[in-house]
Design a binder for this molecule. Structure first.
Ligand SMILES: [Zn+2]
Ligand SMILES: [Zn+2]
Length: 273
């Protein structure tokens, strides 16, 4: 299993120089299991992933499963800029999301409606299949994906991907607090080889003025990793106002509690054999 980070920022892209080392694009993670492609979220990092896939496949059909955690901008903004969706030479994208708020098909249609975008969604000629996701397992060939609701305004889905090479958990946009959700995210992360987890805020920022905004902080991320027995923690969904220097300090502080922690950065890869 190869995991690659294409967008690690939360809320809004942040292309300022002081954020360049960790990266300014919003949520998108690619996972390869053998020849199969899995993608988690379609933030602005999704655009650069699209370019990379086109140059790698050189016109051969691209097939991918795309999991969309929820429809806040930072998780869908790359969709209209993902070039393989406009290509009808056999590309196929299987989208997995919940339609509890509305369907992803409708979200894409509205996202590209006039006057917000100059190209209609009907110009996306690649085959698109939309699958409704509920909490519980999904079997996709050799790979099993477990789904759970997280605690976030309008809801957000967390995913646990089990493969022969290991277990990856993608759990972003989750606020601690309600016992039911706290328990469920720990169950989702149980024994994971890699846990990608929302650590948008500093603990003190969260306490002072960010309660109820739907996000976590690095201290809670460490708690979730330790209490679930996850082997490695990847801090993710960095706050737009957190510079590289700030994130370096977060990693340093978090390592005082848990040694196997790092912060996601654009272009970072993790390989599980
Ligand atoms: Zn987000
Ligand atoms: Zn969100």
């Amino acid at each position: 299993m190869r995991i690659k980070f294409w967008g690690v920022r939360g809320s809004i892209p942040t292309p300022q120089p002081e954020n360049q080392r960790y990266g300014g694009n919003t949520s998108c993670v690619e996972v390869r299991v053998g020849d199969s492609i899995f993608i988690f979220d379609c933030g602005t990092g999704f655009r650069t992933l699209g370019h990379q896939l086109q140059s790698e496949f050189k016109g051969r059909p691209i097939l991918a499963h795309v999991f969309v955690s929820h429809f806040h901008w930072d998780h869908i903004q790359g969709i209209p800029f993902f070039r393989p969706l406009y290509d009808d030479s056999g590309n196929r994208f299987m989208f997995h999301s919940s339609s509890r708020t509305r369907s992803l098909r409708r979200v894409m249609d509205e996202q590209m409606a006039s006057p917000y975008f100059p190209v209609a969604v009907t110009e996306m000629k690649a085959r698109q299949d939309f699958y409704e996701v509920e909490p519980g397992p999904i079997q996709l060939g050799d790979v099993s994906v477990q789904v759970a609701w997280l605690n976030h305004p309008q809801g957000c889905l967390g995913f646990r991907m089990e493969t022969k090479q290991g277990v990856l958990v993608y759990a972003t946009d989750n606020e601690p607090g309600p016992a039911e959700f706290d328990k469920s995210v720990r169950k989702l992360a149980e024994g994971a080889d890699v846990l990608i987890y929302d650590s948008q805020y500093l603990p003190e920022e969260y306490e002072a003025e960010r309660r109820g905004w739907g996000h976590s902080h690095w201290r809670e991320a460490v708690n979730v990793a330790m209490e679930s027995g996850a082997k490695e923690l990847v801090l993710y969904h960095h706050d737009p106002d957190h510079t590289d220097v700030c994130i370096d300090k977060v990693v340093q502080d978090a390592r005082n509690y848990y040694p196997k922690v790092r912060a996601a950065s654009e272009g970072m890869e993790i390989v599980l054999e």
